[in-house]
Design a protein around this ligand. Structure first.
Ligand code: ADP
Ligand code: 5GP
Length: 211
């Protein structure tokens, strides 16, 4: 009996490390599906259409929203971002878990949707604001102006930390990754996520009776 896939949502202020942690988690468990978001933001150097994001014009993005193709969508730092619905529903039906790297608005929309009971949400905090800024700078992919804009929004993003099931303070990357794996492993072991247990226990009972 296949269980429904769960929806693992990672949010954080920009630069706290959720893309890095997401990539490691995908490598750790290839059965996870990464929800490739659609965005109107321009690709960064090295970003690949269909792998990192689906890059769209604003009119195309708005048409997809109007057609009901987005599970959630929001304006973040002046661009539209959204999670395409189709791949998520397919993964859930196959019993595969989906990983989302989305902001607090997207997290709220999915949590408040019909899929809310399948959500496991994790907020990633930076160890300090100085370190957050350092990480945005060393990532080396945004202009000083864009970095300043993201720093200015950090406080607003952080203010949503208490809406999440789990919080990881991303000091040491290896330690944070271990915590992420621990959360996913524990959530998969929840009784209601193991529908085959009823049959399994019935079998155990038969074995007891047969002795
Ligand atoms: P986000 O996706 O949250 O915007 P990224 O994953 O892109 O953040 O991380 C921003 C930068 O910080 C990257 O250069 C990444 O390598 C670095 N980074 C992530 N986690 C840590 C950590 N625990 N310690 C030091 N640097 C980190
Ligand atoms: P970036 O431009 O750095 O890739 O992402 C900027 C912000 O947009 C991050 O906080 C990221 O989590 C968020 N984001 C990425 N994809 C989505 C999405 O599909 N929906 C929402 N709501 N936010 C997203």
């Amino acid at each position: 009996m296949t269980r429904r896939g769960l929806l693992l949502i990672l949010s954080s202020p920009s630069g706290a490390g959720k893309s890095t942690l997401s990539r490691r988690l995908m490598a750790w468990d290839p059965t996870l599906r990464f929800s490739v978001s659609a965005t109107t933001r321009a690709p960064r150097p090295g970003e690949v259409d269909g792998r990192d994001y689906w890059f769209h014009s604003r009119p195309d993005f708005e048409a997809m929203v109007d057609a009901g193709q987005m599970l959630e969508h929001a304006e973040v730092f002046g661009n539209l971002y959204g999670s395409p619905r189709g791949p998520v529903e397919q993964a859930m039906a196959e019993g595969r878990d989906t990983l989302f790297d989305i902001d607090w608005q997207g997290g709220q929309q999915i949590r408040n949707s019909a899929l809310g009971r399948d959500v496991v949400s994790i907020f990633i905090l930076p160890p300090s604001i100085a370190e957050l800024e350092r990480r945005l700078v060393i990532r080396g992919q945004d202009s000083a102006e864009v970095i300043a804009g993201r720093m200015a929004k950090a406080r607003a993003e952080i203010s949503h930390w208490a809406e999440y099931d789990y919080v990881i303070v991303n000091r040491d990357l290896d330690a944070s990754f271990d915590q992420l794996v621990t959360i996913l492993t524990a959530e998969r072991l929840r009784r209601d996520r193991q529908p085959w247990l009823t049959d399994f226990v019935r079998t155990l009972n038969r074995q007891v009776d047969a002795r």
